[in-house]
Design a protein around this ligand. Structure first.
Ligand SMILES: Cc1ncc(C[n+]2csc(CCOP(=O)(O)OP(=O)(O)O)c2C)c(N)n1
Ligand SMILES: [Mg+2]
Length: 648
């Protein structure tokens, strides 16, 4: 055999080579086992290929080529089975099937003017209902526009499901419109990220995403749905497989590959599958840990509780938590989503001078709040106090404990459940009343200071402290407060009290400006009987203004109070004295009320010239009750006595 012939036969008839080599090799030598191994590897590779191409699956599960069903319907079915009532979105062709299917199943589709608002709205729904809030946005720029809200939800530990469109499975990394590596973008932001590759995977992937969002430490999850898993077979076929019969070997192979890819996409697509929720995995404190905490607290003389957002997570409902906190009878500070837990003016609720109280307490229970900047990284705690900390997230729970503080008991578990069991263990225990009285005295002093500030004349416009005191007086009990801004809302956090649990929404530890409209949208939709009042700084309001168009179109009556001091004052207040310039901190006394009117909302102006604060607020309230979204533009003076921090 000539050399070239040998190569030819090797290439096309490999078993002949094996025969030759086996015959040539002495028995028991290296070659037979090598060849066996090579054959085995080849067979395994071929089987692997066949599996990847879905050939085995297709043997058992057929493609219904005549069906006009589409993957969007599978998405909607899972959402409905999980009790999702609202889908927030800004439309794009990539995601149209999801929106149409949700509408058909009675899920209310609410389209916003910016994707970030859709995710903020989903976040508010998650926080207020204890379920998962859902937003769907289009591929590429639609998704990149959500990044701030997704990060905010991650930091606030809010279970949000983000559904993202994507280029078709075959066109990723091939220069398709709006196509980027979306998974790389969301992996650092979400606790679960998946890209669905076949229609049959939609349902299980979404169920896994829903359970991940709510289990352990809750947070946002992301599911990418390429166009070809969302549209019906006949449309995808038209796009994917060339209409003309292929010519030539390569073209035939490509067509076979495409046809197989299409078949694998749709094989078993419409077979019935369970769509409902999977059981959640929520960490719980052990009875021994709770018992140790009971013992520590029972010996306390000056105990103090600080409740943070995690305390309000399901499964313990807010009312049950409130009863447990009252049974404990320990004075407490409430922050984040725990604000309002005890209603207004509750004797156990201490509102001011938290740092001083923490220094004086002998036992501190940090329930769902961690030692980040809000507690000066733990430095606010006294070395001589015994600290009990409870949190679902171990890493966050121990944050800065290597540097500034040490826990006596660190309990990883659900905060609400822990507080309820702790209260049962301490039933009948009382604490000396002079400790709570001492703390309330400090509260009264601070309130007196605010009363004096309310009477202090300001150079021009209205005194914001006085305005906010009047707001506090007229808010009805069913108000949900949304706050978005710097100093104006920081002052409001001291003066305006949420009327009950889950009636206060602020961005959380990410400190994001721009949450207002989205939060208000989510809040009003899931609590239609509540009055939603949003307190905005004028700077922050700029992000939300356009969404008054959304409120008008969707008939969402909310009230926005804009504390208009013509500037980004919280920044300028420090920048000017520290660095000697007000650069980029100035705004104008813009007619935000007129801008809102231009979008079809009601607009009212409150100024020193027409100083009828209560009348104007009541007018706004009436207009809102009549079904109109309202913006009240409140011209306020710049003062140097405002308290800029939102105590959490
Ligand atoms: C998205 C975002 N951009 C910028 C900031 C920084 N920042 C924090 S407070 C603040 C000023 C807010 O101004 P305004 O809403 O008018 O409230 P004011 O302090 O004037 O009452 C700014 C710019 C931020 N927290 N978030
Ligand atoms: Mg301002």
């Amino acid at each position: 055999m000539k050399g070239t012939e040998f190569l030819w036969s090797q290439r096309h008839f490999p078993w002949r080579v094996m025969e030759t080599l086996t015959a040539a090799a002495p028995a028991g030598s290296f070659f037979p086992s090598f060849l066996l191994l090579a054959c085995g590897t080849l067979v395994a590779a071929l089987l692997g290929c066949a599996h990847r191409l879905g050939l085995f699956y297709q043997l058992m599960h057929k493609v219904d080529k005549a069906s006009i069903q589409h993957g969007g319907e599978n998405v909607a079915a899972v959402l409905r089975a999980h009790g999702v009532r609202f889908l927030f979105t800004l439309v794009g062709g990539h995601i149209s099937p999801i929106l149409v299917a949700c509408e058909k199943l009675g899920i209310r589709v609410v389209d916003t003017r910016h994707e970030v608002t859709a995710v903020f709205a989903a976040d508010a729904v998650a926080r207020l209902t204890g379920t998962v809030g859902v937003a769907a946005v289009t591929a590429g720029p639609g998704l990149t526009n959500t990044v701030t809200a997704v990060k905010n939800a991650q930091i606030a530990q809010s279970p949000v499901l983000l559904l993202g469109g994507a280029a078709s499975t075959l066109l990723q990394n091939r220069g398709a419109l709006q196509a980027i590596d979306q998974m790389a973008l969301f992996r650092p932001l979400c606790k679960f990220c998946a890209s669905v590759r076949r229609v049959r995977d939609i349902v299980p992937t979404l169920r896994a995403a829903m359970v991940a969002a709510q289990s352990g430490t809750p947070g946002p999850v992301f599911v990418e749905l390429p166009v070809d898993v969302l549209y019906p077979y006949f449309i995808v076929q038209k796009e994917m497989v060339p209409a003309k019969p292929p010519k030539g070997l390569v073209a035939r192979m490509v067509t076979w590959y495409l046809e197989n890819h299409l078949a694998n996409l749709f094989a078993g697509a419409w077979e019935p599958r369970p769509e409902g929720p999977l059981p959640l995995d929520i960490p719980q404190a052990s009875p021994q840990q709770v018992q140790r905490c009971v013992e520590i607290l029972s010996r306390a003389k000056r105990p103090l509780v600080v409740l943070g957002s995690q305390a309000l997570l399901p499964p313990i409902p807010a009312d049950r938590l409130r009863t447990a906190v009252e049974t404990l009878g320990i004075p407490c500070f409430l922050g984040g989503m725990a604000r309002g837990l005890l209603g207004r003016n509750h004797p156990l609720h201490i509102r001011q001078n938290r740092s001083a109280a923490l220094k004086k307490a002998d036992v501190v229970l940090l329930a769902g709040i961690v030692c980040d900047f809000r507690l000066s990284y733990g430095r606010v705690l006294s070395r001589s106090s015994k600290i009990i900390i409870v949190n679902r997230n171990r890493k966050e729970m121990l944050m800065n404990s290597d540097m500034f503080w040490k826990p006596q008991e660190a309990v990883q578990g659900d905060v609400g459940s822990f507080v309820v069991t702790l209260a049962e263990g301490l039933k009948g225990q009382t604490w000396a009343s002079d400790w709570a009285e001492e703390l309330r005295q400090a509260d009264r002093q601070k309130e007196q200071t605010f009363r004096e500030k309310a009477l202090t004349p300001v150079g021009q416009h209205l005194n914001p402290v006085r305005v906010l005191q009047l707001v506090e007086e007229i808010l009805p009990d069913n108000t949900i407060l949304v706050v978005d801004g710097g100093d104006f809302v920081g002052t409001a956090a001291h003066l305006v009290q949420p009327r009950g649990p889950l009636r206060w929404l602020d961005p959380g530890a990410f400190g994001t400006l721009g949450v207002g409209a989205g939060f208000a949208l989510g809040a009003k939709l899931c609590r239609p009987d509540a009055e939603v009042w949003c307190l905005f700084g004028d700077g922050a309001f700029g992000y939300s203004l356009i969404e008054f168009d959304t409120f008008v179109r969707h008939k969402i009556p909310v009230i926005a109070l804009v504390g208009n001091d013509a500037g980004w004052t919280q920044i300028s207040r420090e920048q000017v004295p520290c660095l000697g310039s007000n650069v980029a901190c100035g705004l104008a006394y813009t007619d935000y009320h007129k801008a809102a009117m231009g979008l079809g909302a009601q607009g009212l102006l409150l100024s020193r010239e027409k100083d009828q604060v209560v009348e104007v607020l009541r007018d706004a309230q009436q207009q809102c009750r009549d079904g109109h979204p309202v913006v009240v533009n409140i011209l306020i003076g710049r003062t140097d006595f405002r308290d800029g921090s939102i105590a959490v």
